[in-house]
Design a protein around this ligand. Structure first.
Ligand code: ME8
Length: 628
């Protein structure tokens, strides 16, 4: 039987700026989908590449003292190297200066001309070179480009127009009949309302730009760079070439993944071209949001460009992938900050996942000679944990079908957190000291098997970590396939291979600098005001299993109850603290501590003699009162 196919593309990026966090984002997301469907045994074709023609490119090359071809060759290498470093698994890399692409563009053009979709005229209007986009006066924003805000140039030249206007009706009909064609829905609505305003024919050739593909029937024209670029999605598959087998196998694309900035080209112009060629439209144009820094666009000129290579150097490839995939839901804009990156790294990767592997392998090393033990009788709690991985696999599947990798990761983290809780609750160290060998073996086996399953669940998102977990679980031949989540289990007796810690702690640059200067950083009153301190009443308290230091407190904050984990067990007995009023940091990012979520932090003072005192209000006030 023929396997299901999955064809996913990224935009072909302009090669006049190096890969940056935005282009890395799109490429990582596409790679994750490609890996995910490969894991599920789809026949995947994943395409990325470069947009190498156009006025902007020619100008940049000239400014830098290169010929356009020398320049694009040099830049292509930078992209190829970066994608390799990030582990991007594209099946092809299309460059619009390749002969295979240029030939298809010319054939497409010829065909459209012969069928009457192109006609000669004169273009008179404005052009934004950085965006390579034509604008009419009424579209400008105070005389500048409505997209990037930069000055536009006046153009008046002979051109071949493409009859876009003819496609307004068929496009609307198509979009209405295919709700999955543009995703998310907000973008679909944007496209519909744009088409409803009426579509004008668009200029499809230039006479003043030499760095482009010559129009076959009138070579003083070159093909407009966007028209040239869009065709990459079919030229890479050999459309209209001697060998069309890939085109027949993979077209139509399942997903054109793009940023919201280039939605109209993909959801209006490109489908109109395809309709004119009488070939099916892509199944989904998936437009993601934009990363911003301090609310603004990420740009080199503003000096706030984030260097993906630097992040990889400090935190590793998988941390970068994880942050991009998890921090925002696909489709929404995302705010990048070093703090958020650092926080995700430590809480989710180091504390949750890294710790889990380390704890499990440590107990296995200590109590089962570093081997997978033979389980005896599984109890409900063991089955529950193992079964949870299967439920999560189902949810991950759904989340990916709904284009929501952040959600998929959220589900996977539920299992990771459950597993951490399971260790605390089962307390293998107690089973060892009480000599309950059968139970101990069953618990350790359950944890190892859960980790094996987790390695498959994460492998499309964090491919290097998945491999590392399997290696540490003792696999010589890596076993990563979706069906293996439930169909096999970890071999009894397999020698484990505890090695390096996943996601070791990283000091943030700023923290380091402060330390080096050896002085307390000063904060402004505004910064201090960000800390929301409140009075809370302790409702209950108990020791956290297997910890001498931690108490788990349930607290009343007036309108809500929360739990916090506090490192005060050496100083206060649970019964001493119940009923007391304490001060807590209310708006602290929740953190997982020993498998428990701590939803705030209690304030206490410690002196040099090691005495610790909890801060309490001087007289009773209502729980929830603000401290200022
Ligand atoms: O538009 N956040 O190329 P391009 C998220 N050559 N994604 C971002 C981003 C950000 N801040 N900045 C850029 C072109 N991107 C054309 C495409 S396709 C036939 C031709 C990503 O180099 C996002 O995917 O300007 C956006 O759509 C793309 O880079 C634009 O890349």
């Amino acid at each position: 039987m023929l396997r299901n196919k999955f064809y996913i593309t990224t935009p072909i990026y302009y090669s006049n700026s190096e890969p940056h966090i935005g282009t890395v984002y799109t490429t990582v997301v596409a790679d994750t989908f490609a890996r995910f469907y490969r894991l599920k045994d789809y026949d995947v074709f994943f395409l990325t590449g470069l947009d190498e023609h156009g006025q902007k490119l020619a100008r940049t090359a000239q400014e830098k003292g290169y010929s356009p071809q020398e320049y694009v060759d040099m830049m292509a290498q930078k992209f190829i190297d970066t994608w390799k470093k990030i582990g991007i698994t594209n099946d092809d890399f299309i460059r619009t200066t390749q002969k295979r692409h240029e030939e298809v563009v010319q054939k497409v053009f010829q065909k459209l001309y012969e069928e009457g979709y192109l006609y000669k005229g004169t273009y008179a209007g404005w052009y934004c070179t950085p965006c390579e986009t034509f604008f009419q006066k009424e579209e400008l924003n105070e005389g500048n480009c409505p997209q990037c805000g930069r000055p536009v140039e006046w153009l008046e030249e002979e051109t071949y127009y493409f009859k876009l206007s003819e496609f307004a009706e068929p496009l609307l009909k198509y979009i209405e009949e295919h709700p999955e064609f543009v995703y998310p829905e907000s973008r679909r609505n944007e496209v519909i309302s744009f088409i409803k305003k009426g579509l004008k024919d668009i200029s499809a050739t230039r006479t003043t730009v030499k760095w482009g593909i010559p129009v076959p029937f009138d070579p003083k024209h070159t093909v407009y760079v966007w028209f040239d670029a869009l065709v990459n999605y079919i030229s890479a598959l050999g459309y209209l070439s001697n060998d069309q087998s890939k085109f027949e196998r993979y077209w139509p694309a399942d997903v054109h993944l793009i940023g919201k900035d280039i939605l109209r080209f993909h959801a209006i112009i490109w489908p109109a071209i395809l309709m004119a060629l009488r070939i099916p439209l892509p199944k989904t144009v998936l437009a993601h949001g934009f990363w911003t820094i301090k609310g603004g666009k990420i740009s080199k000129s503003k000096g706030n460009r984030i260097d993906p290579h630097e992040l990889i150097g400090t935190y590793g490839v998988d941390a970068l992938r994880y942050f991009l995939l998890r921090e925002v839901s696909l489709g929404l804009d995302g705010e990048y900050s070093d703090e958020a990156f650092h926080r995700r790294y430590h809480s989710d990767l180091a504390n949750d996942l890294g710790n889990l592997l380390n704890r499990v392998l440590t107990v296995a090393e200590k109590y089962t000679e570093g081997k997978v033990p033979e389980p005896k009788e599984f109890r409900d709690e063991d089955n529950l944990l193992i079964k949870k991985t299967e439920e999560v696999a189902q949810k991950v599947d759904e989340a990916m079908a709904n284009f929501n990798p952040a959600n998929a990761l959220g589900h996977i983290w539920e299992v990771i957190q459950e597993a951490n809780k399971y260790i605390d609750q089962q307390a293998p160290w107690n089973l060892a000291s009480s000599g309950d060998k059968d139970r101990l073996n069953t618990v350790i086996y359950t944890l190892l098997e859960t980790l094996r399953r987790i390695s498959i669940l994460i492998s499309a998102f964090l491919p290097n970590t998945a491999l590392e977990i399997q290696r540490q679980l003792g696999y010589k031949d890596i076993q990563l396939a979706w069906d293996l989540i439930k169909d096999v289990s970890i071999p009894i007796g397999q020698k484990l291979n505890k090695e390096k810690i996943l996601f070791p702690r990283v000091e943030r640059k700023e923290e380091k600098e402060v330390e080096e200067k050896n002085e307390e950083p000063k904060i402004s009153i505004e910064e201090f005001k960000k800390v929301d301190l409140r009075v809370a009443k302790v409702i209950s308290a108990r020791k956290v299993e297997n910890s001498d230091k931690l108490l788990l407190l349930e607290i009343d904050l007036g309108e809500e109850k929360r739990q916090i984990v506090a490192g005060i067990a050496e100083f206060y007995k649970p019964e001493e603290i119940v009923g007391r009023e304490i001060i807590v940091v209310y708006n602290l990012q929740p953190a997982k501590i020993r498998g428990y979520e701590s939803q705030g932090m209690l304030l206490a003072a410690k002196d040099s003699k090691g005495r610790l005192a909890i801060l309490t209000p001087e007289k009773e006030v209502d729980p929830g009162s603000k401290v200022s």
